[in-house]
Ligand binder design. Structure first.
Ligand code: FE2
Length: 248
C-alpha cells in the first residue's frame, strides 16, 4: 500500500490541486491528512470539498477547531485570528459541522502508523527539537507517527532501545526518499501543502510506501501569485499574503 500523507492545507486550493496531480503521477492507494484544512488562505470551501473528494481520513487541526466555532482563537497571533474568523464567516453550516466532526488525534490508521496534528503530547504542541521528539517518541504506540502543525518537513528517529533521537541526514529537493524499515520508531512531518515555512515556496507532502519501507517526500511548484491575488481580494492580512512568496 502507498499512503498519500498531507497536512496544513490552509485553504490553499492551488497548492492542493498541484500536490494531488503530482501524487496521482507517483501513485497512491489511500489518503491521510494531519489537519488544518482551513485557516490563512482564501478557499476554505474548496479545500474541504477537495479533501472530501479524496476520501482522505483526516484529523482536526487547531485552525479547523477555531473555524468550526469550538475555540475562541485566544492562542492565535492577530494575523491568524483575523484569517480564521474570516474563514468562519464564509463557511456554510454544513462545512463547519464537517470540521466539528473531525476526530482529534492520535488516530490509528494502520497497525504501524498513527496521525496527530501537532504532537502526541497534545494536538497544539509543536515538535521542533530533538528534545520534543524524544518526549514524543517515548509516548508513541506505533512505529510511525505522522504529524504537522510546524509546517516543516522533518523526520526524527530513535534506535531500538528508544534512545537517542537521531535525525537522519537528508536533503529536500523535488523528490527525496528516507528509509523507514527496521526496528526504529519515527516521527514524520510531510511539511505543509498551503503555507510552507522552511524557506521553500513549493507545496510539500509525502507518500509512505509501506511495502518498500520508505518515505517519499515531494515538493511541487504551484502558482502562489494566484493564491495571493485571491487573498488580497478578500482582505486577508498582508503578512499572510507576503509569506507565500518566501516560504516562511
Ligand atoms: Fe497549520
Amino acid at each position: 500500500m502507498r499512503f498519500f500523507i498531507l497536512s496544513d492545507i490552509h485553504s490553499n486550493i492551488e497548492a492542493l490541486e498541484a500536490s494531488i496531480q503530482r501524487a496521482q503521477l507517483a501513485g497512491y492507494d489511500a489518503v491521510f491528512c494531519c489537519g488544518d484544512i482551513v485557516g490563512y488562505g482564501p478557499n476554505p470551501v474548496e479545500a474541504i470539498d477537495a479533501v472530501r473528494r479524496l476520501n482522505a481520513v483526516t484529523i482536526r487541526g487547531n485552525h479547523d477547531r477555531v473555524a468550526a466555532g469550538e475555540d475562541d482563537a485566544s492562542e492565535f497571533n492577530p494575523h491568524a485570528r483575523r484569517a480564521v474568523f474570516w474563514t468562519r464567516s464564509v463557511l456554510p453550516d454544513s462545512y463547519r459541522n464537517y470540521l466539528s466532526g473531525l476526530p482529534v488525534g492520535p488516530l490509528s490508521i494502520h497497525d504501524d502508523a498513527q496521525l496527530v496534528h501537532g504532537a502526541i503530547t497534545h494536538e497544539d504542541d509543536y515538535i521542533f527539537t530533538s528534545s520534543d521528539a524524544t518526549t514524543n517518541l517515548r509516548m508513541a504506540s506505533k512505529r510511525l507517527t505522522f504529524f504537522g502543525h510546524s509546517h516543516f518537513p522533518a523526520v526524527f528517529a530513535n534506535d531500538t532501545e528508544g534512545n537517542p533521537v537521531i535525525p537522519p541526514t537528508y536533503e529536500f529537493d523535488e523528490f527525496t526518499a528516507v528509509r523507514c524499515d527496521g526496528g526504529q520508531s519515527f516521527l514524520v512531518n510531510p511539511g505543509s501543502i498551503g503555507q510552507p515555512r522552511d524557506g521553500d515556496t513549493r507545496a510539500s507532502f509525502l507518500i509512505w510506501d509501506q511495502e518498500r519501507g520508505r518515505l517519499e517526500f515531494y515538493r511541487v511548484e504551484y502558482p502562489f501569485e494566484r493564491t495571493q491575488a485571491k487573498m488580497r481580494n478578500v482582505h486577508l492580512p498582508p503578512y499572510l499574503i507576503d509569506r507565500l512568496a518566501h516560504g516562511r
